[in-house]
Design a protein around this ligand. Sequence first.
Ligand code: DAK
Length: 256
Amino acid sequence: MSWETVTLEWDGDVATLTIDRPDALNALNVETLEAMQEALAEAKREDARALVLTGAGNAFIAGADIKYMQDLSTEEALEWGELGHAVADAIEAFPAPVVAAINGFALGGGCEMAAACDLRVAAESAVIGQPEIDLGIVPGFGGTQRLPEVAGEEAARRIIYLGQRLDAETAAEVGLVGEVVGDDELDARASDLAAELAEKPALALRGAKRAMNQRAEGSKEAGLGYEREVFAGLFGTHDQREGMEAFVEDRDPSFK
Ligand code: DAK
């Protein structure tokens, strides 16, 4: 299969899923999320032993597509959030380990997709964070639930409440990424890590992943459901409309 904004390439048993919408810094729209779902399903069907998630050009994923989101109604936002959750869940539940190769901006929905991966390697120029608060919304692709698991409660709350964009070194300090490498070394390092994982006993590795995911399950379902409600409820508010309009018009927002 082939898609306009996503590619799936193979090196032996290792699949690489690349978001390929560089003109929009790989921002996620409906088409791209649906393509990601299909590509993940294909990689699963073909029994990938490890998967690398990355972005084309100079970005990993600069977030959900603000131009698409700006006029969504609450009902539309609910559907949108469900699609994003489905993709993040598919990454998290992918049978083999998923490595995020963070090659630039991983903001908003991009940070959330990275958080759904098993391991994160960042290029030294990467910028990672959750700027949604300054658009008048909250993270909606799982960030309120997964970020604390990955980076810890305090760091996650700072990132989400303050809309922080962290450089790669700072992201590593709080545990949001596992390692930082030179920009030119990222592809090779992510490939090496994925290849090393692909050489491990597949059943054991899958079992370890399932068991570790189970640990985090707890009340996450309830949390995600709550996140969907909160998220969608913000669409149509003054601050959401103003925050997104200001982004599109390239001016400072004026919040209530
Ligand atoms: N959406 C749409 N377009 C984007 C984009 C985005 N998130 N990020 C960048 N672009 C586009 C820019 O508009 C520009 O397009 P053109 O003007 O050329 O047509 C192009 O990509 C290049 O961007 P810039 O010219 O801005 O490039 P710079 O290098 O100057 O700046 C930047 C790069 C990443 C710092 C800047 O583009 C930026 O701040 N982008 C927005 C980052 C951001 O706020 N991301 C979080 C998005 S919100 C929900 C479900 C999910 C979500 C929310 C709700 N519900 C269910 C309710 C998720 C929310 C998010 O992810």
